[in-house]
Design a protein around this ligand. Structure first.
Ligand code: PEP
Length: 263
């Protein structure tokens, strides 16, 4: 269902009217985690000023350590809904448990499945059946074939509004948090008709790498970018070291106007 063998034209997925697909580079930006109403609103305003069309923000955070901040849960979803009302930005947020899909879908315009759940087949089937667009991150150790098969689990439930997101894979390299597999973008676009976006924040794990990786992603033909933004990264409860601040966002906006979309 997700293969280009059966669907030659590349697909544009619309999230509350916002297109993600060939001919555009859609910017999704916002805080890694929803922490407070004030932090989320400020991050959303920063994102919007930089040209973001969609707001990201995690209310359910799948953290490596069980002692790390796990997200605000439904209270975080309510904050996202308030910030959407205030800014007009549709919301992309992660769901980590099949049991929460209905609840998260009440608030989200697009559901995100993260790298750690990229082969949680019960979750993939649940998001496939809920009737909202889905952003599927690549599993950190998944081959492109496994990533596309994960998308197939969603599609099989009747949902073809799927956006693939390359977010870096696990390699022997320790200088970066993950290794951005830039070749995965054109490879996945040739194998599948689905849009492919890149997360340069979770790939590099470092603020200074987000812009170079974003440039590379646009140059190679990515259909969008998803980046972390925080008004006070030094106080962030999650991944502050990779969050962009105002100056970086201005530069990202400039880069996005200079580099035309490839697709
Ligand atoms: C995220 O985008 O908030 C996230 C946790 O990303 P990943 O699943 O790629 O680690």
């Amino acid at each position: 269902l997700v293969s280009r063998d059966h669907h030659v034209q590349r697909t544009t997925v619309r999230v509350d009217g916002v297109p993600i697909g060939p001919g555009t580079v859609t910017l999704i930006a916002g805080p890694c985690a929803v922490e407070t109403p004030e932090q989320t609103l400020r991050a959303a305003r920063m994102a919007k000023a930089a040209g973001a069309a969609l707001l990201r923000g995690g209310a359910y955070k799948p953290r490596t350590s069980p002692y790390a901040f796990q997200g605000l849960g439904e209270a975080g979803l309510r904050i996202l809904a308030e910030v959407r009302a205030e800014t007009g930005l549709p919301v992309v947020t992660e769901v980590v448990d099949a049991a929460d899909v209905e609840l998260v879908a009440e608030y989200a315009d697009m559901l995100q499945v993260g790298t750690r759940n990229a082969q949680n087949f019960a979750l993939l089937q649940a998001v496939g059946g809920i009737g909202k667009p889905v952003m599927l991150k690549r599993g950190m150790s998944a081959t492109i074939e496994e990533w596309l098969m994960a998308a197939e689990y969603i599609a099989q439930r009747g949902n073809l509004d799927i956006v693939l997101c390359e977010r870096g894979i696990r390699t022997f390299e320790t200088a970066t948090r993950n290794t951005l597999d830039i070749s995965a973008v054109p490879v996945a676009q040739r194998l599948s008709h689905l849009p492919v976006i890149v997360d340069p924040s979770h790939s590099g794990g470092r603020r200074d790498l987000v812009l170079p990786l974003a440039r590379a992603a646009i140059a190679v033909g990515a259909d969008g970018l998803i980046v972390d933004v925080h008004p006070r990264p030094e106080q962030a409860l999650c991944d502050g070291s990779q969050a962009l601040v105002d100056g970086d966002l201005r530069e990202l906006a400039r880069v996005m106007t200079v580099l035309p979309p490839l697709g």
